[in-house]
Structures are given as C-alpha cells and as structure tokens.
Design a protein around this ligand. Structure first.
Ligand code: GAL
Length: 710
C-alpha cells in the first residue's frame, strides 16, 4: 500500500510513523463477525503487546479536552506529540461534562479523546472527577456538601465542596468511577487511574462527628480506656458517653487531636477505597491506580492513604522561588517512601504557578533540570500542569505549554528537549531505582504532635528534619525517608530527627535494629510521647532510655542560642536545647553545653553508646549548618556510609538509580556557573553517547551516566 498521500497530510515524520503503526495494527486485525472496525473493543483486540507496554520514562501533561471544541483536539495532540509527550492526565474535574444531569451519562467524548491521544502515541491516565461535583448533584443532595469547621456549608463555584464522609456522595462517586472504569478500563491507551485530586478539605458536619465517635469506640473499646489514655481527668474532660467527644483540630487534648488526624487519614483511605473498588471491578489489572498527593502536606497520614494504591504520585510545585535540591529532593524521597518504590510526579509547574505570593518563572533550563532531578530521585514520569489554560476559570495566570491562542509558549521547546531525552534515556533507566545506605525516619504523628505544641514558635519539625537531610545527602548522595516500622537492616545508618511520638512497635523495631549492629541517631524531642500522644513516663527517649543508657533530664525552649563544645567543635544550639544525662558507664558524652541559662552549663548535649557492633546516639541540640555538617560527617564515618558516586563540586546534585546489572547516575548542576565533574570511573554518556571520564555542566546542565555493575 502506498502511504505517500498520508505522509503529505501528516506533515512530520514522527506523526506519520505513529499513524502508520496504528493503521497497520488495525489493518492486520481480523474483524470478528458482528463487530465494526471502529468500536473500541475492536481496537483493543487489535492492540499488540507493544502498545500495552508504555515507555519506562514518561513525559506528560494535564489535558482538559472538555474545555475545547473537539475540532481542536488533533492540533493539541499534534503539538504534544511533537514535544515527546507520552501521556495525558485526563477526565479529572469533568463530572458536569460526563454526567450533565443525573443518570445522563456522556462518556463517549472522553473515549474519543483517549483514542485520539492514543493515535498520537499518547497514553492516558484517567482521573475520576470527584473533586468537582456538578451543581445539579449538590443542589439535589445538599448533604453531599461539606461543612467547614465554623459550621458554614461549602458551596458550588469552586472545587472540593464535597463531603468525603457522606454516604450519598460516596454512592455517587462509586457510580461515576465504576461507569468510567467499565468504559475505559480495557482501553489499551489507558495506563492508569488517578482517584480524585489532592485530598485536603474535610467536613465537620454532625454525621462526620458521629462517625469519628464510632471510630474512637472501635479504637479504644471502652470509654474507661479512652479516658485513661487521654488522661481526661485533666480539666474534667472525662467522657461518660461516646457522643460527648467533640472534634478538635488544634487546641484540644493531645490524644483527641491525634485521634482526629488518624480518623481523617482512615476516612480519606476509605473514601479512596470506595472508588478504587469501583475501578478494580471493571478495569484491567495492568492499569495502575494512584492519587496525586502533596509532598509534606500534613492533612492526613500519607502512608495510610498510599496503602491501597499501586503507585504513589505527587504534585511538585515550587511556587515562589527556585529549585532547592534538598527541599524538593527530600519531598521526592518522602513520596518514594510511601510505597518504597519509584513514584510519579503527576503535576509540576510549566514555568510558574498562579497561587504563590510572587509567581516568578523558573529560569531558562531550570524546568529541564528539575525534571531530571525528579527522575534522579525515583520519578518514572513527570507531568506538566497544564497543557493550556481554560479561557475562563480560576487559573488563567498559571503556566502552560501553549498559550490561549493554542500555539507554543517559549518553554515548549525546553519541554520538547526533555521529551527527546526521556525517549533516549528511558531504556537505560528502566528497572532502576534509588536506594540508600541511610534512612531518615519520619512519622506524621510526630510532626503533628510537635506542630501542635511547638513550644518555640520557630520550631518547625520539617525544617529540623531537613537540617539532617541536607548534610547527610551531601555525603551519601542518596537518602531514603521511611517510617520507623519498616525493615531497617539494609541501612548502615538510621537517623530519627524528631521521632516525638514513638509507638511500642516502632521502638521494638529500632531496638532490634541496633542490636543487629545498626547505628541509630535520635534527634531532639524524640521518644517523648507514646502512641496516644501522652508523655512517656521514662522521659525521653521513652522506651529507648535503657538501650541508650541515658535520657533527657529537661528540655529548654531558647530565646538565645546555647553554646556547645566537644566532638563537633564550638557551636550553638538554636531554638531548643535538651539537658542529657548518662546512666550507664559505657555511654559516652560527645558534646557539652557552655555557659548558658545556668541549668545547661557544663551538662551533656550529645551522648552515644555502643551496643555490640551497633550504636545508639542522642543529639539534644540543633546546630547551625557547619555543626550539622560535622555531625553528619561523624555519623557517616562511624557507621561506614560511603558516597554513592564520589566528590562533586558544590551545587552539583548526584542521584544514583540502581538496576540489576547497571547503575545510572544523574548529575544536575544547580550552581551558578559551569562545573566540571571528574567521574570516579569512565561511564557511558546516555544522552550524548560514548564513554566519558568527566562532564562539563553549565548552570542547569544535566548528565545521565551509566555503568555496568562489577
Ligand atoms: C494543583 C491542582 C491542579 C491545579 C494546580 C495549579 O494543586 O491539583 O488542579 O490547580 O494545583 O498549580
């Protein structure tokens, strides 16, 4: 067959190639009796395994075809295809277009959009539209609107107005998710599902309160138990009936606060499970299910919500400012820890956002640097929000890849470069993922508990965690952020910057880790609380006191930094200082306080104890960058942590990803000028080809290097 006429219509060879491939597949497929060649089931039959296997590294964008005439779609898809975009996130927020009136389903347009995208070599991640219920729905079923904490009902006109705990809303959400799964769940171009969008707004209506009370009953069994664990004799808080328990979100009893957050997390999980089950009932198991999370957002426990998902993903927005490799990289690492495997960046900013105080653009080259930085930390997909602004709607000023006229904005060419590079490097990155010799422990309970009672207003538990992350990352060049209950034996060093709420399960896991030869370092405020946010009667670090052979005698919120000296030179502790003591002759003092408030003067600030081949250390201070760098050096030396790659100039980030028989190193230069990086050994330059001994990286320059495992 001569395709010359088609080549003329399909101006670019790439577009032609995709069209030809799909056409061949369709032509080669026998038509079954009773089937028309244009139905989607015929197409499914026609699809070969190669169509069902998406590329290992994917560039994507959020596309809202419902906002545009269908006649425009091909032009958009052509431009996406030219930029190397391999998936669209589609359908989220489109409920009023999918079901304009109750029971009146219009699912065909989305199927056409998915198929049109597929013909351009672009896969789809279908979003359930439940973050934006239509007006008819909330009008007819007003109980589906959530109630704000001040008792006001949310209204239509924005999004997230739904009530996540309402049975009617769940029924309607289940229905639309199930119908979508029935329709698109075997479409070969649909690779996955995103449930809802950025869970955040909860409801404070009377039913939610009653459900919270039932949840408490389930957790505590008896009121006596709850009263004891929450010490409700305090301020006469004793409950004699479950329905007396209120919702408190910031100034309530600490046990109540933590329970509410746990209830919120479980309720998001069950909200999600409702849709997940509807999708799973119909969709092919090859389609993953995820939801887009928000990094360090503290609204719920992400480990709990991620449990039922196939894959974790997050929305990576810098907002105001520029890419900070530590802040952003730690958020990637946090997200990777939700499922302890590679993740997706489901949304990121094409240049700028519209919601920061100052919505500056990322510099030329920075968007590409950021995409590779994400991949370095374990992202297997990076997706830009959004393709094109709706002409009206709340986000007109947000960054896009094409303008309101539908032609590319300046950033488009940079994104197209990422597209080419992802295609090239994808096969080398397939099957690789980061792993580290160092774990930083993190729990939501601890962060919440410190945040509710900071005791020093500047004490931000995430900032404290990052003060460990940064110098440790510089040395080890890879960090895992995980919960304290996961298996830890693979790590040479485990650091818990602020493990304030320490469950018995976590404590036993840590004790076992140290006894097995692991090196555990606890930071300020660790082990202060039990699993009900009550004080540990042994004082800090609670159940780890006897292993440490020492404890915290007192904590002090500081107005003036407290001087310290010892193993890490002369430094100060800012914001907070803990006076330590030793109770065992083999517990060593590594640093002591200088003259301060009198109480601290001359007293231990950092103590450590060897336990067989392992050790446990308690750091009662929070030093400045130089001090934390020395501490990180000491921790990595004593635990035998080695750099993944080797020395690199300041400002160059190294990200290792390990495969079965090879390792990939991604290097990103975020320093101001060009940096030359000598490689520890010669490696393959994946983007440019050939074997190299060193690489020259301009500002925002990227190198992807591969070496076989010895
Ligand atoms: C995200 C949201 C998107 C879009 C984006 C703009 O939080 O999921 O729908 O609003 O922000 O930055």
């Amino acid at each position: 067959m001569n395709f010359a006429w088609i080549k003329k219509i399909f101006a670019s060879p790439a577009r032609y190639a995709t069209f030809a491939a799909v056409a061949c597949i369709l032509l080669m497929t026998p038509t079954l009796p009773g089937q028309s060649q244009t139905t989607s089931s015929t197409k499914s039959n026609a699809v070969t395994n190669s169509v069902l296997t998406p590329p290992p590294l994917l560039l994507g964008t959020a596309w809202y075809p419902e906002q545009w005439p269908e006649s425009r779609w091909n032009a958009d898809l052509d431009l996406m295809q030219k930029a190397g975009i391999r998936f669209v996130r589609i359908g989220e927020f489109a409920w009023s277009s999918l079901e304009p009136a109750e029971g009146d389903y219009h699912l065909g347009w989305l199927e056409r959009a998915i198929d049109d995208a597929g013909r351009h070599g672009i896969y789809s991640v279908v979003g359930t539209p439940t973050a934006a219920p239509p007006a008819w729905l909330t009008q007819k079923y007003p109980e589906t609107l959530r109630m704000e904490e001040n008792g006001r009902k949310a209204e239509h006109g924005n999004r997230q107005q739904f009530n996540w705990d309402d049975p009617k809303y769940r029924e309607l959400a289940h229905d639309i998710a199930g119908r979508m799964a029935q329709r698109y769940g075997h479409n070969p171009y649909v690779i996955g599902w995103q449930i809802d969008n950025e869970y955040a707004a909860v409801s404070f209506d009377p039913r939610t309160r009653a459900d919270f009370q039932s949840w408490l009953q389930h957790r505590y069994g008896t009121l006596d138990n709850l009263n004891t664990r929450w010490t409700t004799a305090y301020w006469s808080q004793t409950y004699s009936n479950w329905d007396q328990v209120p919702i408190e979100t910031s100034r309530g009893n600490p046990g109540l606060l933590l329970s509410w957050k746990r209830f919120v997390s479980d309720t998001w999980r069950s909200y999600q499970k409702n849709q997940l089950d509807a999708i799973r009932q119909y969709a092919s198991p090859r389609q993953f299910i995820t939801t887009n999370m928000m990094g360090w957002f503290q609204g719920y426990n992400h480990y709990v919500v991620a449990r039922d998902l196939d894959l974790a993903s997050w929305d990576d927005y810098i907002g105001e400012g520029h890419l900070n490799a530590y802040v952003n990289g730690s958020t990637d690492d946090l997200t990777r820890g939700f499922k302890q495997k590679n993740f997706w960046v489901m949304e990121t900013q094409p240049g700028h956002v519209n919601w920061a105080p100052d919505n500056n653009d990322l510099n030329k080259g920075e968007v590409r640097a950021m995409a590779w930085h994400n991949v370095g930390h374990g992202a297997d997909a990076v997706s830009y929000w959004q393709w094109r602004s709706a002409l009206n709607g709340q986000e007109q000023y947000h960054g896009t890849l094409v303008g309101p006229d539908g032609t590319p904005v300046p950033l488009y060419t940079e994104v197209a470069q990422i597209g080419r590079e992802f295609t090239k490097a994808g096969p080398t990155l397939a099957g690789t993922s980061p792993k580290s010799q160092v774990a930083i422990l993190h729990t939501y309970g601890s962060v919440w508990a410190i945040d509710w009672q900071r005791h020093n207003k500047a004490y931000d538990p995430i900032v404290e965690l990052l003060s460990y992350y940064q110098p440790l990352r510089d040395i080890s060049q890879s960090i895992d952020i995980v919960q304290p209950t996961v298996p830890l034996d693979q790590y040479k060093l485990v650091v818990a910057p602020g493990l304030n709420v320490l469950s018995n399960e976590a404590a036993n896991n840590l004790i076992q880790y140290v006894k097995n030869g692991g090196h555990l370092v606890l930071g300020q405020r660790s082990g202060m609380k039990n699993d009900d946010n009550g004080l540990q009667p042994e004082r800090q670090p609670g159940p780890l006191v006897s292993l440490l052979g020492g404890r915290v005698e007192q904590y002090y919120a500081l107005i003036d930094p407290a001087p310290i000296h010892g193993q890490f030179g002369d430094n100060t502790s800012k914001l907070w200082a803990e006076l330590l003591s030793t109770s065992s002759p083999d517990t060593q003092v590594l640093a002591t306080y200088g003259k301060s408030n009198g109480w601290l003067d001359g007293k231990p600030a950092i103590i450590t104890r060897k336990i067989g081949k392992g050790s446990i250390t308690y750091v009662g201070v929070w030093m400045d960058e130089a001090g934390m760098a020395k501490l990180a050096q000491w921790m990595t030396n004593m635990s035998g942590v080695t750099p993944a790659f080797g020395p690199v100039p300041a400002g160059v980030e190294v990200d290792p990803r390990y495969g079965k028989d090879h390792t990939v190193f991604i290097l990103v230069n975020l320093a101001n000028g060009t940096q030359t990086v000598p490689l520890p050994r010669s490696m393959q330059d994946v983007l440019h080809g050939g074997s190299v001994q060193s690489v020259n990286l301009p500002r925002y320059g990227v190198a992807v290097l591969s070496e076989a495992k010895k």
